[in-house]
Design a protein around this ligand. Structure first.
Ligand SMILES: [Zn+2]
Length: 445
């Protein structure tokens, strides 16, 4: 009896201490995976950081934790992956500030792990670099779900984030996709176009690309969705160049997900082709996953499809400027890869590889770039009108006053003249009083 009471008191005492400010960061472990670096803090109790945010020049991740202290073991860790060093200091009376020094800008994801038989409480920070590695994801199941603590908890302007554009080159590896009469493989062409698009997105202020595959390997259709979600993508674009049994079929088409049925025979036919890819890649679609997807579809997909449709219309507009499109309206079909319940997703059939003329065009680097530019225009138009809150795309606006010059406006807003010109598609530097300029987002603003 006595022992029980003592035990109880001890437990209370420990709890009390924890509340009074003795959560200790005892140790830190780093491990570098192909596409992210994991930082695991062993803590004396469960920890919810007060703030997690990134800083630039040099790149750092800052974690502020109330009522905590750090052991010296924390700062003696060796560099690994994206992390070059760890610092810790008491910021004020009660806040512990941990700073991870980074090799490059990174996207953090933070979550807690409960004690198991090997470890106690842990705070885990996964850092995803802006650059993608070519490695295939093997274990998407280990990826934490979206619910856990998100990127920047800070609510200052510094927390503005880049738009994340997930670029999915269709097929890959043993799944070559469609094939042209000259032997051109869809998987190679779409990867080349995807890379060109990524290059353009990278240069675009306030945007960041994520390549779903960046090499000649197969990625399952569900895995493609998962990877986009893991990176908190704002948009998912799947790039294809398909074949049809009629050689004369030509032009680009843009698809969004159909929950009821394809809007055309072509849509049905293509959906079969693309979805069959998973079987070709040796990965079968998981029934349970499908069931879950159906439930999610009912709950939130209609809004996402609305958004997808709008992006698709913008994209089609961009492609129309490049030449005649296959269909003048956005098409609907049941592509598995478009089934994200919460990320607007579109599939672009850039051209028909089965049409010999289009096959030649698709092989041409300059034409690939034109396609990529047309897609970027679509992305820019869409997000220009629908900037997600919290992103750099929530553009600042400036109304031109008498005596203003473009270079002055650029200087005042700390953006380059070239980016200001480009962002407003200005052909000359002459301004008219009363015109509204959109101020491009600046990194880190
Ligand atoms: Zn395809």
């Amino acid at each position: 009896m006595n022992r029980l009471i003592t035990g109880g008191c001890l437990w209370l005492a420990v709890q009390g201490l924890a509340l009074a400010g003795t959560v200790t960061f005892e140790n830190v472990r780093l491990s570098a995976a192909p596409d992210h670096t994991r930082v695991v803090f062993d803590t004396s109790a469960a920890v919810t950081p007060k703030k997690v945010f990134t800083l630039q020049n040099p790149d750092r991740l800052v974690i502020d934790v109330s009522a905590a202290k750090a052991s010296s073991a924390l700062t003696s860790v060796k560099a690994s992956g994206l992390v070059t060093g760890v610092r810790a200091a008491r910021n004020d009376q009660s806040t512990l500030r941990i700073v991870l020094e980074l090799k490059q800008a990174a996207n953090p994801r933070t979550f807690n792990l409960k004690p198991n038989d090997k470890h106690g409480h842990r705070l885990v920070v996964d850092l995803y670099g802006a650059e993608k590695s070519a490695a295939v994801e093997k274990n998407s199941a280990a990826v934490p779900k979206k619910k856990v603590v998100r990127k920047s908890v800070a609510d200052k302007p510094a927390a503005l984030r880049d738009l994340v554009i997930a670029i999915d080159a269709g097929h890959g590896g043993k799944d070559s996709g469609a094939r042209g009469s000259r032997g051109t493989k869809e998987k190679d062409i779409v990867l080349a176009i995807a890379r060109q698009l990524a290059e353009l997105v990278r240069k675009e202020p306030g945007m960041r690309p994520v390549m779903i595959r960046d090499g000649d390997y197969y990625v399952g259709l569900r895995q493609r969705i998962n990877k986009a979600r893991k990176h908190n993508a704002d948009l998912f674009i799947s790039i294809h160049a398909d074949a049809f049994h009629k050689k004369s079929a030509r032009g680009s088409s843009v698809f969004v997900l159909s929950t009821r049925g394809a809007s055309s025979e072509m849509g049905r036919w293509l959906a079969n082709q693309e979805n069959a890819a998973d079987l070709a890649g040796g990965v079968s679609l998981d029934d349970k996953d499908d069931l879950l997807a159906e439930v999610l579809l009912d709950l939130s997909q209609s809004a996402t499809i609305e958004a997808s449709h709008e992006v698709a219309a913008n994209m089609l507009g961009g492609l129309k400027r490049l030449g005649k499109t296959h269909k003048s309206t956005v098409q609907r079909a049941g592509f598995v890869v478009l089934k994200s319940p919460d990320i607007p997703s579109i599939l672009v059939e850039t051209a028909f590889i089965s049409n010999p003329q289009e096959e030649n065009k698709l092989r041409d680097k300059r034409h690939q770039k034109k396609l990529a530019r047309a897609m970027l225009t679509g992305i820019r138009d869409y997000f220009g009108n629908n900037p997600p809150p919290g992103t750099h795309m929530v553009a600042r606006k400036y109304k031109v006053k008498r005596g203003d010059t473009l270079s002055e406006i650029a200087a005042v807003h700390r953006v380059s003249l070239a980016s200001l010109r480009g962002y407003n598609s200005l052909k000359s530097d002459r301004l008219r009083v009363g015109d509204t300029l959109r101020i491009p987002p600046t990194r880190g603003s």
